[in-house]
Structure formats: structure tokens, C-alpha cells
Design a protein around this ligand. Structure first.
Ligand SMILES: [Zn+2]
Ligand SMILES: [Zn+2]
Length: 647
């Protein structure tokens, strides 16, 4: 007999060799049906693995992370079996569960089309109906290799060869006519995967390596209940309607081009206009309200600069290096940050305590070599522009200046309507990974405790993350989530006690001695591309009037009103409004529908009556039909809406 500790620390005795599945059965039919896998002493285990010692047993359902993982991984086996039945020549790669679903990679001559996916789904349904048990068996590495060679599965052979070194037996799972190399665990049989859907297929390199074959990756998701699947798919559709990577292209904010390269989006006229609106707004605010001075520094520098700043040692992997370090006398690199450039401006003259704080601001274009698998629309890119700034401050000014950095960014995020979505993260160093960072433990202790004190004074509600600091100091990261729930840093404010020492940046204090200042690295709006992505997702493309690249469209009912429409356009432009005239020879209904699809805030329709009376018939995206009003009244309404930055 063995003693098994169950939920609530209940200890029960069982026959040696009993399986978690049999224990679940004894505990009730509901649990037995819902059960996906087990944790035995914390280790994820298949329900049919016999228990042979006293242990702690936790039965996992779909509600548990590992339970859902097992459920969806089983669905990936069903997918692979269906593909092999329909396309016997397809070669199998791997098929893990992922967040929200699963995928399987296949080597096929022709990538699967939507029709293929529908066909595969049909076959999967049959396999579910067949209720095939998934049975585990083991082979020696030699036998395993031989079997997969006979089945002509080169990717599986490669995986077996990798495992073979350990000499351990290789485990397989068999369901009906299908065998897959796998460690498990799985559901007991295929009938439990009731609700599933193949959501998309895409290309993916074997091992994520662009030198290796391109495979066809089929994504899917699976749930125990049809209603859960329905709910998930609806939410996915909703997310798609907001996904900036879809609507940003549809609404012509940006595009990409293979010949230019991955992670290098092109802002189209609308995107460039939005960029300019944001940029002017930020620069004016920083200069006029927060005392920033502007710099404009080079996009590249010699490696010497980055060696001094520490980027060469800590960040080179992410930089675009121009030249060959072994052969060339001088090697350059595109800048990943502006800090060392603005320091050179500081160093170009002497400073006294009276000059501080100095707040350098720059609309700065940066380059970072992100892995190609990481690219996503405007959110993860290789070239981007940020509202970057470095504040050179005396220790007695640090708290006040930090506070103002946070205040500035909060004002901007409030104006943009993004403030409610933000969360705050205090990113600290990892003392066990000293090589990643500059400075001494004492400096880190000081910088982090200073930052903590400031954050607590400001009553910032933050979480803490170890190992997320910059190499030169701790950060306050202001985080946001995209429509798919993926978290990214939008804004960061950092305290740096190290780099002033590295660069010999000093100021003459009251007592005539040379002192090192503190440096605050910060952004106010963040990276323009990412913030534009967040705006498009937040407003589903229907941006507030003050941010809309085209604020109004004038639609003449017939050619006869064209002259009057041109006059109105001139008046609106003179009043600072961004307005287009749709002078195409199309039906008015068609023009209205198009302007609606473009999410234009106001349509000004001009017919014979309006043209004669100086009126425009206004259709608002928000309010609907507003009737006919004099053109100059419309101008006042729109100007007011822009000034108040109404959402
Ligand atoms: Zn498996
Ligand atoms: Zn910096």
C-alpha cells in the first residue's frame, strides 16, 4: 500500500501501482471527466502513470495551467494524425501547446490553404469521435531511430539523435494508426477534445533558424466546452478589429515592404501626419511647460563611444555594427540609445551647480537589432523614434525632477486617453548576474533605494521585477498591453548613478569641488511607433479629432458645388483644420460609405441648398447627422473639440 496526500492534505491509502486516473474515478464522475493530468510531488504526470511510492497528488483540470497545456497538446496530436491521414507525405516536426492554444509544424510541399484547414478540421472531428486511447510505449534510441527512418520522418530522427546521447529510452505515444515521439503527458483518449478550431497557418523555420527549411505551422485552439470556444473566438474577432497590425494597414497608417526588411515599417501619409501631430505636441509641452532644451545628435558613432558607455560590452548583440572590428581601423555603430551623445554635449562646456538641472530632449531615431521572430507591426521594430531625454541633476534635485518626469508622462497619457491601461513596474537589477551590469553593489543599492523612496513618496502602485533594470540603473517601467494581451513597456524613467562617473561628467558645487551629477533617462510619450499602435488599438482606428490625420472630408453632392467646396476647404485649412475634398465623380452615398470606413470624424456634405446659403450638412462619426449649420460655426465646434482634446 502507498499513502497519497490529496487536496486539503487528506491522506488516503491505495494499492501500490494505482493510477491518478483510477483515484480520480473513485473521487467522483465529474472530476474523472474533467481531469486532464496530475502533479505528482509537483511533477506534471500523465493520468495513467502508476504511482509506486508515497506522494502528494494534485489532479489537474482544464482550469489549471498544466491541465490546459495537456488538453491542448493532445489536440496537437489529433491535428498531426489528421494531417497524416489526409497528406501521407507531410513530414512531422513538433507540436507543443502554447498560451491560448497549440500548433504543429509540418514539412509540406504546398502550405495549407484555408480549405485545407477546413478539411483537416473535418478529419480531426472523426478522430475525436473514434475516441482513440493515447498509449505510451518506449523504445531504445536505436529502435526509435529505425522506426522513424522507416516512417520517413527526418525531423523526428533528428530529435531522437539529440536525445540518444543520454542513452535513455525514448518514449512514444500511439493513438490508433498514428505514432508520435513525445514525452507526454496527454489526455487518456481523443474523445475528450470536444471543442477545437484551427485558427491560422503560417510559415516557421525549423528551430526558428532561417538557414533551415521553412515549415508550415498550423495554429489551433481547443476547449472542453463548445461555449468556451465560442467565447474565445468572439474575443479573438474583437481583438482583430482593433489589432493595429491589421487596421493600421487597412486605414493606411503604415505598410511594410519585404525589399526594405523586417521590422522596418513605412509610415504612410496618415501615419506620418499622426507622428507629426504627436511630435509637435510633445516637443511644445516639454519646452514650454517643463523646461527642456533640444538637441539633435548623430545617428551613429565610433565604437569608442559605446565602449565608454558600456553599450559595447552589454548591448552589442542588439546593435547594428558598421564595419569589421578585425580589419577596419574605425568601426561605427547605429545608435541604440541617445544617452552617450547627449553626454558629449554636456561635456562640451563647464557646468556649475547653478546650471542644473539640465534637461536635454531629443526626438530620437534609434536602431536595435531585434530577432526576426519578434517583429510585430509597429510594436516591435528595428528602427523607431522616441521622445528621449536625459536630465542632468544634483542629488538634491533628483526627487523633484523624477516627479516631474512622471507628471509629464501622465499628462501626455491622459491627453491620449491611454492612462487607464497603464501599469507600473519597478525594474531592479539581478545581483546574481553581476556581469550584466555596470557599477558596484553599493551604487545599485543606493540607486534602488533612492528610487523606491521616490516611488513610495509619489504613491505609485508598482510591482517589482528583478533582472529587468538597464545595465546602468533601475527603471520605472510603465507597461501596457496590446489587444492580444501581450505586455510591453511604453514609457521608462530611469535613475543612473553610474554613467556620469564613466564619462567624467562633473559640475562645480557651491564649495568649489567637482561633483558627479545624477542622470535621469526618460521618455515622455515613449516610442512613437508603439504609441501610435496603442492609439489605433485603443480607439479601433477612430482617433479623437485632435489626433485624426484627416479631421473632416468635404463631399459635394454634384460637380456644381465644387467651387463652393474648394472655398470651404480653404477656410477650414486657414482655421488650422486638416480637411480633404472628395471631388471624384462618384455617387454621394458611395463617398459617405468610404469616409465612414476611413473613420473620418466629420463629413461635410454640400448640396445646392448648402452652397447657396453658406451652410454645410454635418455628419459626425460620434453624433450622427447634425443637420445643416453655417460653415464658420462648424469651424468653431471643431476647433473647440481639438483644443479640449476631447476623446
Ligand atoms: Zn505529445
Ligand atoms: Zn539614456
Amino acid at each position: 500500500m502507498i499513502k497519497v496526500t490529496l487536496k486539503g492534505d487528506v491522506v488516503k491509502e491505495f494499492e501500490n501501482g494505482i493510477t491518478p486516473m483510477e483515484i480520480a474515478k473513485g473521487l467522483g464522475a465529474g472530476l474523472y471527466k474533467a481531469c486532464c493530468a496530475a502533479h505528482v510531488d509537483g511533477v506534471l504526470t500523465d493520468l495513467r502513470t502508476p504511482l509506486d511510492h508515497d506522494c502528494k497528488l494534485e489532479l489537474l483540470t482544464f482550469e489549471d495551467k498544466d491541465g490546459a497545456w495537456t488538453f491542448r497538446h493532445t489536440a496537437s496530436h489529433i491535428l498531426a494524425q489528421a494531417v497524416k491521414r489526409l497528406y501521407p507525405n507531410a513530414k512531422l516536426a513538433i507540436g507543443p501547446a502554447i498560451d491560448n492554444g497549440f500548433y504543429y509544424d509540418f514539412d509540406v510541399e504546398k502550405p495549407f490553404s484555408q480549405e485545407d484547414l477546413t478539411r483537416i478540421e473535418g478529419e480531426m472531428k472523426k478522430i475525436v469521435k473514434e475516441g482513440l486511447p493515447l498509449e505510451r510505449f518506449e523504445l531504445s534510441p536505436e529502435e526509435a531511430k529505425k522506426m522513424m527512418e522507416e516512417k520517413n520522418e527526418p525531423y523526428k530522427v533528428e530529435l531522437i539523435e539529440k536525445h540518444a546521447a543520454s542513452g535513455e529510452p525514448i518514449s512514444f505515444f500511439k493513438q490508433g494508426d498514428f505514432v508520435d515521439l513525445c514525452a507526454g503527458p496527454h489526455l487518456p483518449d481523443t474523445s475528450r477534445v470536444k471543442a477545437f478550431k484551427l485558427t491560422s497557418s503560417t510559415g516557421a523555420y525549423w528551430h526558428g533558424d532561417s538557414n533551415l527549411p521553412m515549415l508550415c505551422r498550423v495554429y489551433g485552439t481547443a476547449f472542453p466546452k463548445a461555449s468556451q470556444l465560442e467565447e474565445y473566438l468572439t474575443a479573438l474577432e474583437e481583438a482583430k478589429k482593433r489589432d493595429h497590425n491589421i487596421i493600421g494597414r487597412q486605414l493606411k497608417y503604415f505598410t511594410t515592404s519585404d525589399i526594405i526588411g523586417q521590422g522596418l515599417p513605412l509610415l504612410m501619409p496618415k501615419g506620418a501626419k499622426l507622428f507629426q501631430i504627436l511630435n509637435r505636441y510633445v516637443q511644445d509641452k516639454e519646452e514650454n511647460e517643463y523646461g527642456y532644451i533640444m538637441t539633435k545628435t548623430p545617428y551613429m558613432a565610433k565604437s569608442d563611444l559605446y565602449k565608454l558607455s558600456g553599450h559595447w560590452g552589454h548591448y552589442k548583440e542588439s546593435m547594428f555594427v558598421l564595419g569589421d572590428e578585425e580589419k577596419d581601423k574605425e568601426v561605427f555603430a547605429l545608435r541604440p540609445m541617445t544617452c552617450p551623445f547627449q553626454y558629449q554635449i554636456y561635456l562640451s562646456e563647464k557646468h556649475s551647480y547653478r546650471d542644473l538641472p539640465l534637461r536635454y530632449g531629443e526626438t530620437s531615431t534609434l536602431f536595435r537589432n531585434e530577432a526576426s521572430g519578434e517583429m510585430h507591426g509597429l510594436i516591435r521594430v528595428r528602427q523607431f523614434t522616441i521622445s528621449e531625454g536625459h536630465l542632468i541633476v544634483r542629488p538634491d534635485q533628483l526627487e523633484e525632477e523624477f516627479k516631474n518626469c512622471l507628471k509629464l508622462t501622465k499628462e501626455i497619457m491622459t491627453d491620449l486617453g491611454l492612462i487607464d491601461e497603464l501599469t507600473y513596474r519597478f525594474s531592479k537589477w539581478d545581483p546574481n548576474d553581476r556581469d550584466k551590469y555596470e557599477g558596484t553593489p553599493e551604487m545599485w543599492e543606493e540607486a534602488q533605494s533612492t528610487m523606491r523612496t521616490i516611488l513610495d513618496h509619489l504613491e505609485v502602485d508598482y510591482t517589482e521585477a528583478e533582472g529587468e533594470a538597464a545595465f546602468y540603473g533601475p527603471k520605472l517601467d510603465i507597461q501596457t498591453k496590446n489587444v492580444h494581451g501581450k505586455e510591453d513597456t511604453l514609457i521608462t524613467i530611469q535613475i543612473d548613478l553610474m554613467l556620469a562617473h564613466q564619462f567624467e561628467m562633473t559640475y562645480t558645487d557651491k564649495d568649489n569641488t567637482q561633483k558627479y551629477p545624477y542622470i535621469i533617462h526618460r521618455t515622455s510619450l515613449g516610442c512613437y511607433e508603439r504609441t501610435i499602435a496603442m492609439l489605433l488599438e485603443k480607439y479601433a482606428g477612430a482617433l479623437p479629432l485632435w489626433l485624426s490625420p484627416v479631421q473632416a472630408k468635404i463631399l459635394p453632392i454634384s460637380e456644381k458645388q465644387l467651387d463652393r467646396c474648394r472655398e470651404i476647404q480653404k477656410e477650414l485649412r486657414a482655421a488650422g483644420l486638416r480637411v480633404e475634398l472628395d471631388d471624384r465623380n462618384e455617387k454621394i452615398g458611395y463617398k459617405i460609405r468610404e469616409a465612414q470606413l476611413e473613420k473620418i470624424p466629420y463629413m461635410l456634405i454640400v448640396g445646392e441648398k448648402e452652397a447657396a446659403s453658406g451652410m454645410v450638412s454635418v455628419r459626425s462619426r460620434k453624433e450622427g447627422d447634425m443637420g445643416s449649420i453655417p460653415a464658420d460655426i462648424f469651424i468653431k465646434i471643431a476647433q473647440r473639440e481639438v483644443e479640449t482634446k476631447a476623446k
